[in-house]
Design a protein around this ligand. Sequence first.
Ligand code: TRP
Length: 339
Amino acid sequence: MRIVSGIQPTGNLHLGNYLGAIRNWVAMQEDAAATGGQCLYFLADLHAISMPHVPADLAANTREMVAALVACGIDPDRSVLFNQAQVPQHSEMQWLLNGTARMGWLNRMTQWKDKAGKNREGQSVALFTYPVLQAADVLIYQATHVPVGEDQKQHLELARDIAQKFNNDFCPEDAPLFTLPDPFIPPEAARIMSLRDGSSKMSKSDPSDMSRINMTDDADTIMQKIKKAKTDPEPLPGDKAGLEGRPEAANLVGIYAVMAGVSVDNVLAQFGGEGFGKFKPALGELLVEKLAPINTRFLELREDREALDAILRKGAEKARALAIPTLEKTYDALGLVRG
Ligand code: TRP
């Protein structure tokens, strides 16, 4: 098993980021250790330049995200942790795959359509070819499994199409070059919603800081935010069906369930019939207990730029060594002379 996944470097990390991709990456790292697999995790900084951006923010966010990943449990000695920009083989591979990807395929990508909106002509070329770089990211390592959110499934299917077409067009039938990667969408990829509005996602861009638990929040702040979280006046139901039409209650119970590592029905078996006056302090304490060590490590590491850069440098070195053999075979298959 070779697991490869990327995450765009964003700042102001919160509970939604942790319970989304990051926690799942840590779990896969532990599984890989048990089964002899290997994990490669990277910051998709090259993808980040497909949209207007502030260079100083990109650099700061890249380092901040590394601090968060390590604080949450990604171990740079066991997983290969790096940023794309230090592994130029990704960009080279993208160019080689640009010869295989079709305009029509990219035109059908829903992320492209959503992000470009009505102004396709005004978008960067990078936004359009973004999925080809993503294909290069995974194909260059012969990834077998790619953990992603539901929204990235289509990009993964595109990576498979590119791999398949390349194998068909340029490889002998009995010696395909690229492994077709399987998307892996974690079943309990809970959608964490705003603490102020159970129908919108927890987000770093929500103007209200009370809507989210930040990775930088201390214990008092976490307790405060949970106590002030929006709810309804009803007591908690006894089972999952009873959460229907109660988005705020469902969100808080969902957060409890993932943090405690139990099912929603399990949580409701314990708290069904109780009011929020009892449930909220329990949730707050659970969050504090689980997040405090992460918070401490994160704040410490974030200030240690040298350590962060050393982690990325070492990770990139390992990644380059893993990337080069497939890249060389790709040049070769295409008839590009590398003397
Ligand atoms: N596009 C992904 C996202 O926004 C990030 C990403 C880039 C990625 N390259 C990847 C994810 C390769 C998985 C594999 O979430």
